[in-house]
Design a protein around this ligand. Structure first.
Ligand code: NDP
Ligand code: 8X3
Length: 255
């Protein structure tokens, strides 16, 4: 690790878990590269956090490979030595059955949660390896990778990809000193459901009503923990659920 504060590169830092990671890592003294599509939120975040730590922001749609390449190539010298990558940008779209889903929604989930994640990872791998032992890739998976549910279709499948990609990536970069973690939350209060329901806040509100979901800060705390462990310790998968969330027994369809 470099003597200066280590650098964390966060995708989707404008909301929810990514935003909470930005605040938590800043509190712990990390230098930050913060990315997302909403420029005004990035500017506000930079104004707040750069009073405390070095911050570099870049507008980035992870599903645009050219944009990913340009952002990584343009990193200022101070932010070149990326020690921890938090692949957080992601989304679900729609919760209806597969047979009535919009194909465009499926493609966007695949483009963001899979293509975006692997593109950012690939572009940063040499920097993570150069950062030395203890560098870390934290991929935001989900309990949905293991728990199929009606309307989960492509979203759950993208998170199953994230889990398996994390393990396979670790096989290659682990010997180079890079740890890889699939950080898999359950129900977390963020803009996630609002985005999934395409702005219908009534569904989002009722989803969280009467429950005590995880807060983005709960997951950010785990991300910091994973990235701060001694270099020989790699948490390969970390699943976190709110206590109010339960598994269901398999459902039997009857005549
Ligand atoms: P939010 O909707 O609050 O945040 C999602 C973030 O992803 C935003 O900052 C958004 O920024 C960014 N984003 C979305 N699409 C793109 C894109 N194409 N390029 C760059 N950034 C993008 O949701 P969460 O914080 O809850 O979600 C974060 C991650 O956690 C996701 O991967 C999600 O699947 C996962 N997760 C969430 C759970 C939950 O219950 N909330 C549970 C399990 C996993 P912008 O719009 O500015 O680009
Ligand atoms: C989000 C968790 O259970 O809504 O990844 O799919 S869930």
């Amino acid at each position: 690790m470099h003597e200066a504060a280590p650098v964390a590169f966060i995708t989707g830092a404008t909301s929810g878990i990514g935003l909470a990671c930005a605040h938590r890592f800043a509190q712990a003294g990390w230098a930050l590269v913060l990315t997302g599509r909403r420029q005004e939120r990035l500017e506000a975040l930079q104004a707040t956090l750069e009073k405390h730590v070095p911050v570099y922001t870049a507008q980035l749609d992870v599903s645009d490979p050219q944009s990913v390449a340009s952002v990584v190539a343009a990193l200022p010298e101070r932010f070149q030595h990326v020690h921890t990558l938090i692949n957080n940008a992601g989304l679900a779209l729609g919760k209806g059955p597969a047979q009535s889903a919009e194909l465009e929604d499926w493609y966007r989930m695949i483009d963001t949660n899979i293509k975006g994640l692997v593109t950012v990872t690939r572009h940063l791998l040499s920097k993570l390896i150069a950062a030395g032992p203890g560098s870390t890739v934290i991929n935001l998976g989900s309990i949905a990778a293991h728990t199929p549910y009606p309307g989960g279709h492509v979203y759950g499948a993208t998170k199953a990809f994230v889990e398996q990609f994390s393990y396979n990536l670790r096989c290659d970069v682990g010997p180079q000193g890079v740890r890889v973690t699939d950080l898999a939350p359950g129900m977390t209060a963020s803009e996630f459901t609002l985005v999934r329901m395409k702005g219908d806040s009534s569904v989002a509100d009722s989803y969280y009503e009467g429950a005590q979901p995880l807060q983005p800060e709960d997951i950010a705390e785990q991300a910091l923990h994973v990235a701060s462990l001694p270099p020989h310790v790699n948490i390969t998968r970390l699943e976190v659920m709110p206590l109010c969330q339960q598994w269901s027994a398999p459902t039997i369809l009857r005549d």
